[in-house]
Design a protein around this ligand. Structure first.
Ligand code: ATP
Length: 235
């Protein structure tokens, strides 16, 4: 299990995460929602070791280094210039000391032009290539920052099915999304982050409450204002 306990992260005087605790179990999908700037990416970066200067603890309760068996899909995957998709996949495997493998089967699903330069791919193709690099490495845990973002309809459906199947064979998956439906359809648990604090953890049986809670806060904070603005700016 990956365990985050009392995680506190600040950039200068700006505290971005306040005592955040959550657990990622093997064979479970855990969703993370929150407004823009709530701290989701920062949390994932702390968990994966891309940020090291933070308070609290982040560990694998099995005692293994998290990075060895955890794959990260960044919000905006980066590719070195003049590297083809295939070379990028090979680079990822070599960097992790994993044997080179044939990508044909996986790529029949994602249909990428693996012999073109990756930095010339479209945004959706870049996301698919970064996903493919994770899939061929067979990680125990996957940390996915906005995996659905930029994918076409077919790839979205495929990704949801992949997540379910990976979960069923024991992979622990932590993912962020602004698409509530994508999370409620795939996650076993959803954590709501508000201004760097855990507002609440919801289990699957409570997902209907989650939607209602989000709607209620939208009604309270924004919809009255919208009505007022539309009245004052009306004809
Ligand atoms: P979004 O939904 O827009 O992707 P998020 O929940 O992922 O947002 P973060 O990217 O984690 O939010 O950012 C949380 C806060 O931390 C924001 O106020 C952001 O400005 C700040 N922040 C993030 N990275 C840095 C950085 N490197 N230096 C300073 N502030 C940062």
């Amino acid at each position: 299990m990956l365990e985050i306990k009392n995680l506190r992260k600040a950039y200068g005087r700006h505290v971005v995460l306040h005592d955040v605790s959550l657990a990622l179990l093997p064979g479970a999908v855990h969703g993370l929602v929150g407004a823009n700037g709530a701290g989701k990416t920062t949390l994932l970066n702390c968990l994966c070791g891309l940020e090291t200067d933070f308070g609290g603890t982040v560990c694998d309760t099995a005692g293994r280094p998290i990075r060895e068996h955890t794959g990260l899909l960044p919000y905006e995957p980066y590719f070195y210039p003049r590297l083809t998709g295939r070379e990028y996949l090979e680079f990822c495997l070599q960097a992790r000391n994993r044997p080179l493998t044939d990508f044909t089967g996986w790529n029949r699903l994602l249909e990428l032009p693996l012999d073109q330069y990756a930095d010339e791919y479209s945004a959706g193709m870049r996301k698919k290539l970064a996903l493919l690099a994770l899939l061929v490495q067979d990680f125990d845990y996957l940390i996915l920052d906005e995996p659905f973002n930029g994918l076409d309809l077919e790839a979205n459906l495929l990704l949801k099915e992949m997540l379910r199947r990976l979960r069923n064979r024991g992979t622990g998956i932590l993912l962020t999304s602004h698409l509530l439906g994508a999370l409620t359809e795939t996650a076993d648990e959803i954590t709501v982050l508000v201004a760097g604090r855990v507002q609440r953890h919801y289990v699957a049986a409570e997902f209907a409450t989650l939607e209602q809670d989000l709607l209620n806060s939208l009604h309270q904070e924004k919809l009255g204002l919208l009505d007022a603005l539309m009245v004052t700016s009306g004809p």
